[in-house]
Design a protein around this ligand. Structure first.
Ligand code: ZN
Length: 471
C-alpha cells in the first residue's frame, strides 16, 4: 500500500455487492457491500456508502448484481481422478477402489496427473472453490504445476500405503512403499513445497486408508506431520467393508485403532467417518480431530455416510466438519452442490428439516474447513487482514431469483456454475465464469487427448457400465 498526501493506492475495490456473506465471527451479511483488496489481503470491508474516500483503486469491479462469499474450501479432492469420470459407476467401496481407481492411479504418469489436476482445478475454480486439500498421488510436482497455471490455492500431499494386501483388498505394487520411504518422501514434500507460490501451496501428510497401512507407517507419518505442524489426513470409516476389515484384522474399528496409536489430535483430518461406533463421537471431540463429509461420493457409491453418518451430531459437539467433493468419478466437482447434498441428505435420512440448516453447510465449506486445515487465520472468511479469496455469484441466474435470503439460494437452489468472479490471494482468477490465466479451449483439447490415451491403456470398455449400446 502506498501512502500519498491525498489518498492510498490499493490493488482492487469491488463496490456495491448486493449481499456479502462474510462468515466472520459475528456471521454478518452486509448489503451493498464494498471490499478493498491490497497486497493479496482484504484491507477494508463495509457498506459501500461508508467506504473512506481515501482509497484510490488500480482496478474497480461492480458487484451490484452479485452475492459475495468467502472462497470455498474443498477439504477432500483427488485431482488426479479427474480423467476417471465415468469409469467407476455402480461400484461399491471395494470395487470402486480396488478394481477401478487404484489400477487407474497406478498407470498415471506425470503428464496424465498434470492434465487431470489442471482440469480438476478449472472445475473447482469455476464453481467457486479457491482452495482444496488433495489426499495425494505419486506425482506431487505435476499437481503443483496445475495450480501454478490456474492460480488456485491447495494443500498438497503425497500418497502412502505400505501393505499390498489386506482384508479390504490388494493395491498395486507401484503404490506401496516402506514406512521409512514414506516418511522420507513426506518430509521431502514439506521441505520442497510448503509455502511455495507465495504461500498458495501448503503441505500435509497422507496415508490413503487404514487397512493397507501398518501401525508403523501411521505412527511414522504422524511424527513427520507433528514435527512440521502439518495436517495428517486419511480416509477412515467410510463403508461397512473398511470397518469390517479393520475389526477382522485389528479387533477394533478404524477410529479406535487411530486412537490407540495416539495419532488423533487437532491436526488430524479424517475423511468420511460415516461408520462410527458408540463412544467414537466423544473420542473425536476429546482429541480435536476434524472430519470431512463427502456426500456426493457416498451417494454415488452407496457408502451410507448420510444414512448412517453423524455430521450434525459431530458439529453439535464442536467437532469441525468440512466438505469434500472427493472426485470427478462420483459426480460433480462443485462444493455448492455438496452443500445442498449434505443439508438435504441429512434432512431426508433423519426425516427432520431442522437437522442441518443452510448456514451449517456454508460454515462447513468455509471457516470450518479452514480450521481443519490449520488455515483459519488466513482464509475461510471475509475479514480485514485475511487473504483475499472471494467468490461473486451472478444473481441474474434463474436459481438466484427471487433473492430474499442469499444463504438459502446459495445452498438450496444455486449451483457452482453461477460463480462469475473468483479471487485467490487478491488476484482475479476467473471473470465472467471463465478462467483468466488459461486458454480453456486448449485445456479441454489436451484433456480429451490425454483421456483418450488413458482409456486405451486401461481398456476402458471394460470399466464403462452403460446398458445402452452406442452406434
Ligand atoms: Zn477420497
Amino acid at each position: 500500500m502506498t501512502a500519498a498526501n491525498d489518498g492510498v493506492d490499493v490493488d482492487l475495490v469491488i463496490r456495491n455487492i448486493e449481499f456479502l456473506i462474510t462468515v466472520d465471527p459475528e456471521r454478518r451479511i452486509l448489503r451493498n457491500a464494498t471490499v478493498v483488496v491490497d497486497g493479496g489481503r482484504f484491507v477494508w470491508i463495509g457498506r459501500d456508502n461508508e467506504m473512506p474516500p481515501t482509497y484510490r483503486a488500480r482496478r474497480i469491479l461492480d458487484g451490484s448484481r452479485f452475492v459475495g462469499t468467502p472462497g470455498m474450501i474443498d477439504c477432500h479432492q483427488h485431482s488426479s481422478f479427474q480423467l476417471a469420470r465415468g469409469l467407476a459407476d455402480e461400484a461399491n467401496a471395494r470395487e470402486f477402489l480396488i478394481d477401478r481407481m487404484y489400477p487407474y492411479e497406478a498407470v498415471l504418469d506425470d503428464n496424465d496427473v498434470r492434465v487431470s489436476a489442471t482440469l480438476a482445478s478449472r472445475e473447482m475454480l469455476l464453481h467457486g472453490t479457491t482452495c482444496f486439500a488433495d489426499p495425494g498421488n505419486n506425482h506431487p510436482s505435476a499437481t503443483v504445476e496445475a495450480v501454478t497455471k490456474t492460480g488456485q490455492r491447495m494443500v498438497l500431499a503425497r500418497s502412502a500405503f505400505d501393505l499390498r494386501g489386506s482384508d479390504f483388498g490388494v493395491v498395486p505394487e507401484s503404490m506401496v512403499s516402506t514406512p521409512e520411504q514414506a516418511q522420507r518422501q513426506a518430509q521431502e514434500l514439506i521441505d520442497e513445497f510448503d509455502g511455495s507460490l507465495g504461500g498458495r501451496i501448503r503441505t500435509s501428510v497422507s496415508f490413503r486408508g487404514l487397512n493397507n497401512s501398518s501401525d508403523d507407517l501411521i505412527k511414522g507419518l504422524s511424527e513427520v506431520a507433528t514435527a512440521a505442524g502439518a495436517v495428517l489426513q486419511t480416509h477412515a470409516a467410510f463403508s461397512y467393508s473398511t470397518h469390517d476389515a479393520s475389526v477382522a484384522k485389528y479387533g477394533m474399528s478404524e477410529i479406535s485403532r487411530l486412537a490407540s496409536l495416539g495419532v488423533l489430535n487437532e491436526r488430524t483430518m479424517l475423511v468420511h467417518c460415516g461408520w462410527l461406533e458408540p463412544g467414537e463421537l466423544r473420542l473425536l471431540q476429546e482429541t480435536g480431530a476434524g472430519v470431512v463429509a463427502a456426500p456426493s461420493s457416498s451417494m454415488h457409491n452407496g457408502y451410507g455416510n448420510l444414512s448412517r453418518g453423524f455430521a450434525p451430531e459431530l458439529r453439535a459437539l464442536g467437532v469441525p466438519v468440512g466438505l469434500g467433493s472427493d472426485h470427478a468419478c462420483s459426480g460433480p466437482v462443485d462444493l455448492v452442490r455438496e452443500m445442498f447434498l449434505v443439508t438435504c441428505g441429512y434432512k431426508e435420512a433423519r426425516a427432520n428439516p431442522r437437522v442441518m440448516p443452510p448456514e451449517a453447510a456454508v460454515e462447513m465449506a468455509t471457516i470450518d474447513a479452514a480450521r481443519i486445515l490449520g488455515l483459519e487465520d488466513e482464509i475461510g472468511s471475509i475479514e480485514v487482514g485475511k487473504r483475499a479469496d472471494l467468490v461473486l455469484f451472478d444473481t441474474d441466474d434463474p436459481s438466484w431469483q427471487p433473492l430474499y435470503n442469499p444463504v438459502s439460494n446459495l445452498v438450496y437452489s444455486a449451483t457452482g456454475s453461477t460463480a462469475d468472479t473468483v479471487l485467490v490471494d487478491g488476484q482475479v482468477v476467473a471473470l465472467g465464469g471463465r478462467l483468466v490465466s488459461c486458454n480453456e479451449a486448449d485445456l479441454v483439447a489436451e484433456g480429451r487427448e490425454t483421456a483418450s490415451k488413458l482409456y486405451g491403456k486401461l481398456d476402458g470398455d471394460r470399466l464403462v457400465t452403460s446398458r445402452w449400446s452406442y452406434s
